[in-house]
Design a protein around this ligand. Structure first.
Ligand SMILES: Cc1cc2nc3c(=O)[nH]c(=O)nc-3n(C[C@H](O)[C@H](O)[C@H](O)COP(=O)(O)OP(=O)(O)OC[C@H]3O[C@@H](n4cnc5c(N)ncnc54)[C@H](O)[C@@H]3O)c2cc1C
Length: 481
């Protein structure tokens, strides 16, 4: 008989959280800690969403999205998770770039970027300082019509090399392009520049295990292998349109609020359904563009083989003569970002070295390949990536124990994100996500949207914002009774 993943589940909760990405788990944790009855439903057999990992024989563990996040993660994890988690966040000090326009190594913070821009790129110190201040002064309520390209044109006209240095890592970090609103660049760039790039020591598996422990200790009922089919909505003259529950494995579970961490478009257009929403809102949602997807190649070294730490922690490489968004996404790959994982990534585990190569990618380049072509394309991706890596680490091919590839189809398969979107939606998604509660009382969305609210830090912080709103609603309604 098939396992009942809902065995023992209650008929009613205060809140149901759909999806255990970082935003979903953070919301669930805060609401559980506040004393609400919380059910967390995850369709996959693992928690974490895109913050995930996989194991392979030989003692190898591969991280999917543990490449770097801003210093702000320490504060967010300390406040909303635990000191235990926050204390494991460490800086990556060796960030490298190599492309036809420049090669350099940096600690990736304002001080070091100022040094590079003034000495290596010959920009006036006053211009650099003004640029940093402008980026740091940006906030969500700023002018949204200026694009990132216009911002760069204002400070560094005709300096494609400078734009590349400033933009390439952010495109990698959140999929934003020169055509997106400048605030999506300024906010994320300044977050990184404040203190540099950080990762979680112990690996994603350790982080998610600690998060799960916290969730359990805060009373959250966690269910994996539970894909929510529908968000149920009731309509009454007294209460208006409001959330009534969710449907999962053919069973209805009642609740007073729902936080969906699933893809925004899927949440609105499929799980709720257009018929329950204002026409304008549906049109606005339909117009939301998804962010791009990614490909990755995971390479593990044979036990006993090593890579020198001078290889760097994060290495932005490109063979393209100039910086162009379409080249970054092209199936004909020119840009690869290598993450090097030394044994210090998992200090308590077996001594292993791994390298993950990531490239932004278009869903359309992979979506319709037949099985044979798909396999061949993956193999080609692996081969060309190892070739590219050989340039920097001669002989690495012989040291590799395993190499595998993930494509936009892989990301869609595991997270149910439409088109395998790696960073949620473009900027306009944020307004739709925020307005969902005005359409249906008790309905919220927390997950990567609008570029700003994506990545590990953005997702966690969005989970915090939304859980506070849910808490207020639940407390308000309880005290009104
Ligand atoms: C290749 C790659 C590299 C990245 N690198 C970095 C990095 O270095 N630094 C960084 O900060 N960010 C990185 N990111 C982005 C970052 O991982 C994500 O922005 C963040 O983890 C997303 O969190 P989220 O809360 O939005 O939810 P997601 O991680 O998208 O999770 C959503 C969850 O909802 C579940 N779900 C969906 N539908 C349903 C349903 N119907 N019922 C139940 N559950 C459902 C999914 O299974 C999933 O668990 C990377 C992303 C990718 C793809």
């Amino acid at each position: 008989m098939a396992k009942d993943f809902l065995k023992g589940v209650a008929d009613e909760y205060d809140v149901v959280v759909i999806g255990s990405g970082l935003a979903g788990m953070t919301s669930a944790n805060i609401l559980g800690r506040a004393g609400h009855r919380v059910l967390l439903l995850e369709q996959h057999y693992k928690l974490g969403g895109l913050a995930t990992w996989f194991l392979r024989p030989g003692g190898h563990t591969f991280d999917i999205s543990l490449h770097g996040f801003p210093h702000g993660m320490i504060k967010s994890c300390r406040r909303y998770w635990s000191r235990d988690i926050a204390d494991r966040i460490v800086q990556l000090k060796n960030i490298r770039f190599d492309n036809p326009q420049f090669s350099l190594t940096t600690t990736f913070n304002r001080e070091d970027f100022t040094r590079l821009l003034t000495t290596q790129f010959g920009i006036e110190a006053a211009t650099v300082s003004e640029f940093f201040d402008t980026a740091r002064g940006m906030n969500f309520y700023d002018d949204q019509s200026t694009t990132t390209r216009q911002l760069f044109d204002r400070f560094f006209p005709g300096r494609d090399d400078v734009v590349r240095l400033l933009m390439e890592p952010i495109t990698y970090a959140n999929g934003s392009t020169l055509e997106d609103p400048a605030i999506t660049y300024g906010i994320v760039f300044s977050n990184f520049m404040s203190k540099g790039v950080f990762i979680y020591e112990g690996g994603t598996d350790d982080l998610v295990a600690r998060m799960k422990k916290e969730l359990v200790s805060n009373g959250v009922d966690i269910r994996i292998n539970c894909p929510v089919e529908q968000i149920e909505v009731s309509d009454s003259p007294v209460q208006g349109t409001r959330v009534a529950g969710v449907r999962v494995h053919g069973r209805s579970i009642r609740c007073r609020a729902v936080v969906s961490n699933a893809n925004l478009r899927t949440t609105v257009l499929k799980m709720i359904g257009p018929e329950k929403l204002d026409r304008d809102f549906v049109e606005q949602t339909e117009a939301v563009r998804l962010n791009n997807s990614s490909t990755q190649v995971y390479m593990a070294l044979k036990p006993g083989e090593e890579i020198d730490e001078s290889s760097g922690d994060l290495f932005f490489t490109s063979t393209a003569e100039e910086f162009r968004t379409d080249l970054l996404l092209s199936r004909d790959i020119t840009s690869r970002t290598f993450s090097f994982y030394y044994p210090r990534t998992r200090p308590t585990k077996k001594e292993r070295y791994a390298i993950v190569s990531s490239t932004n990618a278009n869903w359309s380049d992979w979506a319709d390949l037949n099985p044979a072509d798909y396999e061949a394309s993956k193999q080609d991706l692996i081969e060309t990536t190892i070739e590219a890596l050989e340039k920097y680490i001669p002989g690495v091919r012989d040291k590799i124990d395993r190499a595998e590839a993930a494509t936009p189809r892989t990301f869609q398969h595991y997270t149910m994100h439409e088109s395998g979107a790696s960073f949620g939606t473009k900027f306009e998604g944020l307004a739709v996500s925020r307005a969902l509660g005005d359409q249906i009382s008790g309905m919220y969305h927390a997950g990567s949207v609008g570029i700003i609210m994506s990545g590990w830090l953005g997702a966690i912080n969005y989970g915090v914002i939304v859980s506070n709103e849910v808490d207020q609603l639940l407390v308000r309604e309880s005290s009104a009774v």
